[in-house]
Structures are given as structure tokens and as C-alpha cells.
Write a protein that binds this ligand. Structure first.
Ligand SMILES: [Zn+2]
Length: 113
């Protein structure tokens, strides 16, 4: 199974397609998982493309400032993000994840002062 199929498999099992605008999306994803992404028609691939390239949700620092991260998660980094983030609707990149860990540490310190 290639990386695209693994991502789609994760998305199907975690209900990512439940709210898709086009009702057939999940069916196409399942076909890609069973037969391989490359077996799909160009139109079917186009339906799935937005799910294979997701912009980082970014994070908000303790001062309430959102970092507007524009990192795009694709391939391995997207699959990593799915495994790392608890909410499949809220994915962040490696760098934001590091930063969030740093803020969490700061919050702990502030609350103990
Ligand atoms: Zn980010």
C-alpha cells in the first residue's frame, strides 16, 4: 500500500469523509485503497486531491496570537500528522507541534508560579 492509500485508509476509518461536500468521495477513497490511487480516473483523483494535501491549522500562542502557519502537509508528513493529532479536523505540522509543546511547557511553569 502506497502513502496515498495509507492516508485515505486512515481518513476512511476516522470519518474524515463524513462531512464531504460530494457524497461519493468516500466510495472513491475506498476504491483507491482497494485498487490503488493510480487506478482511479483523472476526475476521481481530482476529488481526492484536496484530502491529500492539507494546510496546517496553525497554533495560537499563550498571548492569543495565531501564527497563521501556511505549511502544507502531504505524503508522510500528512500521515504523521494524522497519527500525532487527536482531531483529524485539526492537523498541525512538525514545527507547530514543537512550538505547541513549548507553550504547553510554559503554561505549566506559569501556572506553578
Ligand atoms: Zn504549522
Amino acid at each position: 500500500m502506497g502513502i496515498k492509500e495509507k492516508i485515505l485508509d486512515y481518513q476512511v476509518t476516522h470519518g474524515v469523509f463524513d462531512n464531504s461536500t460530494f457524497a461519493g468521495t468516500e466510495g472513491i477513497a475506498k476504491r483507491a485503497i482497494a485498487e490503488g490511487f493510480d487506478a482511479l480516473s483523472e476526475k476521481q483523483k481530482a476529488v481526492l486531491e484536496p484530502y491529500l494535501s492539507i494546510t496546517c491549522s496553525g497554533i495560537t500562542d499563550p498571548g492569543g496570537h495565531h501564527n497563521d502557519c501556511a505549511a502544507v502537509l502531504e505524503g508522510e508528513s500528512l500521515l504523521d500528522a494524522y497519527h500525532r493529532c487527536e482531531d483529524p479536523e485539526y492537523l498541525i505540522c512538525d514545527s507547530c507541534d514543537d512550538e505547541e509543546g513549548y507553550y504547553a511547557h510554559q503554561w505549566d511553569r506559569i501556572s506553578q508560579e
